[in-house]
Design a protein around this ligand. Structure first.
Ligand SMILES: Nc1nc2c(ncn2[C@@H]2O[C@H](COP(=O)(O)OP(=O)(O)OP(=O)(O)O)[C@@H](O)[C@H]2O)c(=O)[nH]1
Length: 281
C-alpha cells in the first residue's frame, strides 16, 4: 500500500489533541510545548528543516482482537467483517502536517497468531509507539496485554516508546456491560503506564482521534530527541526532493529509506572502529 498525500483536515494538526479522558493517560500535557511551537512556527533551527520526521508505531495483541481492522479503518477507511488473519506483519504509512511540519507515522500491524510470533517480533525493534490492542468483549485478551508489552519492551530496552492500551469493538457493548471492563482496563493501563482508549473500527468511533493523538505525542518526542536528527538529515531531504513532484512517499521509497539509514549507521560504526575511537561523531 502506498503512502498517501496529506489531503484532508484529519491529517492537519494545529491544536494539541486530547486524550480519551484525563484519568486514562500518563501524558498530561494539554498543549504542544512552547519550545516545539517556537521551532515549528519560526523554523528556527534544523530540527524542523530538511530531514524526514517519522515515528514507528507497532501494533500488538492477541489473535482476532481487531488490530488489522484498526489500521484499515484509519488508513483505508473501510471495515471488513470477515476475519482474515495477518500473516507475519503488514505496514502502512500515514502522512500528517503538524504545526505546519510534514510528519509520518509508519504503522506496523503484527500477527497475533502464535506461529507468526518470531516473524512479528523481529519488527518490534526501534518502536517509538507501542499500541496494545485487546477485545473489550474478551477478558483474556486484556489480561494478556502485559505479556505482549513486556515482549515488545524487551526489544526496545534503549528507547522509551509511548504506550497505548486500546480496547476494540466498543460497538458490541452497552454502557452497563462496558463499565466493569473499563475499570479493569484503566487499572492495567495505570500499571503499565499506558494511555487507554476504547474504539470501534466498525463504527469508526474514536479511531481518528486516537491516531491524531498518537501523531501529536510522537511528533513532540521525535523533535525533542535531537540526537536522531543528524543521522537522517541528508537521506530524508533527498527522499523529500525525489517525491516532491507527485507529493507521494511510496512504500518502496520508505523501505529504501530504512535500508539507507541502516547502511549509514553501519558506515559510521566502521569509521569509528577504523579510527580506533569510541567517541561519538
Ligand atoms: N463488531 C466489531 N467487530 C470488529 C471490530 N474490529 C474488528 N472486528 C472483527 O474482529 C475480527 C478480527 O479482526 P482483525 O482486525 O482481523 O483482528 P487481528 O487482531 O488483526 O487478528 P490477527 O491478524 O489474527 O492477529 C474480524 O472479524 C473483524 O471484523 C469492531 O470494532 N467491531
Amino acid at each position: 500500500m502506498n503512502g498517501k498525500a496529506v489531503s484532508d483536515d484529519d491529517r492537519n494538526i494545529n491544536k494539541f489533541p486530547w486524550p480519551y479522558s484525563l484519568e486514562s493517560t500518563p501524558y498530561l500535557q494539554t498543549d504542544f510545548r512552547e519550545q516545539i511551537k517556537r521551532q515549528c512556527l519560526n523554523q528556527e533551527n534544523n530540527l524542523t528543516q530538511g530531514w524526514l520526521k517519522m515515528s514507528k508505531v507497532v501494533i500488538i495483541g492477541d489473535i482476532c482482537v481487531g488490530k488489522t481492522s484498526l489500521v484499515n479503518r484509519y488508513c483505508r477507511k473501510f471495515f471488513e467483517s470477515n476475519y482474515k488473519s495477518t500473516i507475519g506483519v503488514d505496514f502502512e504509512v500515514e502522512n500528517f502536517y503538524i504545526l505546519g511540519i510534514p510528519f509520518m507515522l509508519q504503522i506496523w500491524d503484527t500477527a497475533g497468531q502464535e506461529r507468526f510470533k518470531s516473524i512479528a517480533q523481529s519488527y518490534y525493534r526501534g518502536a517509538n509507539v507501542l499500541i496494545i490492542v485487546f477485545d473489550l468483549t474478551n477478558w483474556e485478551s486484556l489480561s494478556n496485554c502485559k505479556k505482549w508489552l513486556f515482549e515488545a519492551l524487551d526489544a526496545n530496552l534503549d528507547t522509551r516508546p509511548l504506550i497505548f492500551l486500546i480496547g476494540s469493538k466498543s460497538d458490541l457493548l452497552n454502557s452497563i456491560t462496558y463499565k466493569p471492563i473499563k475499570a479493569n482496563a484503566l487499572e492495567i493501563a495505570k500499571e503499565i503506564n499506558a494511555e487507554y482508549w476504547a474504539v470501534s473500527s466498525k463504527s469508526g468511533k474514536n479511531i481518528s482521534k486516537l491516531f491524531r493523538r498518537i501523531a501529536a505525542l510522537s511528533f513532540e518526542r521525535v523533535l525533542l530527541n535531537s540526537e536522531e536528527t543528524s543521522t537522517h538529515v541528508n537521506i530524508g531531504q533527498r527522499l523529500m526532493d525525489e517525491n516532491r513532484d507527485n507529493k507521494l512517499l511510496t512504500k518502496k521509497s520508505f523501505l529504501n529509506y530504512d535500508i539507507q539509514c541502516y547502511f549509514c549507521k553501519e558506515k559510521r560504526k566502521s569509521k569509528k572502529y577504523a579510527n580506533g575511537s569510541n567517541t561519538s561523531e
